[in-house]
Design a protein around this ligand. Structure first.
Ligand SMILES: [Zn+2]
Ligand SMILES: [Zn+2]
Length: 132
């Protein structure tokens, strides 16, 4: 079981599963949402994810009609994204997990949208856009 939280600690969560898949996303929306050259997201089963504190602090921003990005209303930490047409999957922002995790990034997506100022030093598969 993993635990995590936002920066201010108002939101606490547990994830009762493994990180079987970790994506590195370079899309411009993720870059803006995170303020970083890319974001590390893990698709997880929504029914294995529990908000244990601070449910009232979860705020959603719809960056696309069917995709909400959920963050802390107090400190702004991005927690996960969720498609309303696939609510059973959350894409957890791995930087909010406390402690060490098992599992490692498996691939890059939206590589064509990457920031030109960050040099990647890995040989993971690079998908120009989304993973098909
Ligand atoms: Zn917070
Ligand atoms: Zn993205």
């Amino acid at each position: 079981m993993y635990q995590g939280s936002c920066l201010c600690g108002g939101i606490q969560y547990e994830y009762h599963g493994e990180f079987d898949e970790i994506a590195i996303c370079h899309c411009s929306q993720c870059r803006r949402a995170q303020g970083t050259p890319f974001v590390t997201n893990a698709p997880i089963a929504a029914d294995r994810f529990v908000i244990t504190q601070g449910e009232h602090l979860l705020k959603s921003y719809f960056s696309q009609p069917l995709k909400r990005r959920v963050f802390c209303a107090d400190c702004g930490s991005p927690i996960f994204s969720q498609r309303t047409d696939h609510p059973e999957v959350l894409r957890l922002r791995l930087g909010t997990v406390s402690g060490d995790i098992q599992g490692r990034p498996g691939y890059h997506i939206y590589h064509d949208s990457r920031a030109n100022w960050f040099t990647l030093n890995d040989d993971l598969p690079r998908h120009a856009a989304g993973k098909t």
